[in-house]
Design a protein around this ligand. Structure first.
Ligand code: SF4
Length: 370
């Protein structure tokens, strides 16, 4: 805790809260982009101590939540293929597809394994050369370098039974789509610090200029988040709009060039469908043609699979910050972490799971702030 204490120091937190109260004159709405930030805000009760004039809304920054139904269905189809070993991080196992989830597939006899890194899946492929091994590569810019490296290693070593089902999404195009939407109420953004560690801040500067809004690169501890809020409010109240980095201890302006080189070698930018948000141009990664041999969609002939999203889970509205999870008619009734209707109730970064986990109701949150 030694390195966390200073970012959770009550005196420092009170001081920043008081600066926010003084700086905030007009009502403002800020979106924290990342689901990890949403969880921290609810866990530490920041939503209940910020001034009522400030509204925090939750963004689309949960890669599990935004993985579209058809990609889950592709995963289920591959996992059900005789002989396949399907590897995934644990939180993808309970995301509902059209007919059940990967955990149910495992219960029915599919060889679905939880791994902790894509290289674990490559290692399984080396050990079991007679069986196809597929890794479910989900994530934002943050996880893309490790996944790209696993594909590179498999190709270089000639591990021919290894492939990846890729569902990588990119944050800035999604933000542009949200900010361009009719009725958008976002005055400023708290950008995900861990993504910027890889990408740097240039793309966020483009978004800030185009939409004339403050964007503050922010971490995940209470003081990180409040410092991000303060910077955004100070910009709004003084009529400025630029990118500020309040996570400089981890994220540099230029990002990680070596990581981006590996990603650029293995992937190319593609249009990507997001759960609940539809197809967003240039918002994802797909394998470059030279890596077709490790592209599970091609290997298993699933490129043309198309599935409509279910209409009983309004997760698209939650992911756009237009619906507070507790206002979803299914929240806590038909939809719980044990019986989720949508990915935001499953994922460790999902907004619905955060509200459920930290016991929030809409009334409680509003009362506390009043
Ligand atoms: S509470 Fe459940 S049904 Fe409602 S948006 Fe969240 S995941 Fe979907």
């Amino acid at each position: 805790m030694r390195h966390l204490d200073e970012y959770r120091d009550p005196l420092a937190i009170r001081s920043v809260l008081s600066r926010i109260e003084k700086a905030l004159v007009r009502p403002a709405t800020l979106m924290e982009v990342c689901g990890g930030q949403t969880h921290a805000i609810l866990k530490f009760g920041l939503d209940q101590v910020l001034p009522p004039k400030l509204r925090l809304i939750h963004g689309p920054g949960c890669p599990v939540c935004v993985t579209p139904l058809e990609q889950i269905d592709r995963a289920l189809a591959i996992a059900a293929t005789p002989g396949v070993i399907f590897c995934s991080f644990g939180d993808m196992l309970r995301v509902p597809g059209s007919h059940g989830d990967l955990l149910l597939a495992k219960a029915r006899g599919a060889d679905v394994r939880i791994v902790y890194s894509p290289m674990d899946a490559v290692a399984i492929a080396r050990r079991e050369p007679s069986r196809p091994v597929v890794f479910f590569a989900v994530g934002f810019e943050t996880t893309a370098p490790a996944n790209a490296m696993a594909a590179l290693v498999a190709m270089r070593e000639g591990v021919r039974n290894f492939s990846m089902l890729v569902s990588h999404v990119l944050v800035p195009p999604a933000l542009e789509a949200l900010l361009s939407a009719d009725g958008c109420e976002i005055d400023g953004l708290l950008a995900p610090g861990h993504v910027c560690v890889i990408t740097g801040q240039e793309e966020y500067e483009t978004v800030s200029r185009r939409f004339g809004i403050p964007i503050v690169i922010t971490g995940f501890e209470p003081l990180d988040l409040l410092s991000g809020v303060l910077a955004a409010i100070e910009q709004l109240e003084t009529g400025r709009a630029c990118v500020e980095n309040r996570y400089a201890r981890v994220a540099s302006a230029g990002g990680n060039a070596a990581a981006r080189r590996v990603v650029g070698e293995v992937f190319e930018v593609c249009d990507r469908k997001w759960r609940g948000l539809g197809e967003i141009p240039a918002s994802g990664y797909a394998f470059a043609p030279a890596f077709a041999a490790v592209d599970a969609e091609r290997v298993f002939g699933l490129e043309d699979l198309r599935v409509d999203e279910p209409d009983d889970c309004p997760s698209g509205l939650v992911l756009q910050g237009r619906l507070v999870p507790t206002r979803c008619p299914q929240f806590g009734a038909r939809c719980t972490p044990d019986h989720p209707l949508g990915a935001p109730m499953v994922s460790a970064e999902g907004a619905c799971a955060a509200y459920f986990h930290y016991g929030r109701t809409a009334a409680e949150g509003e009362e506390a702030r009043a």
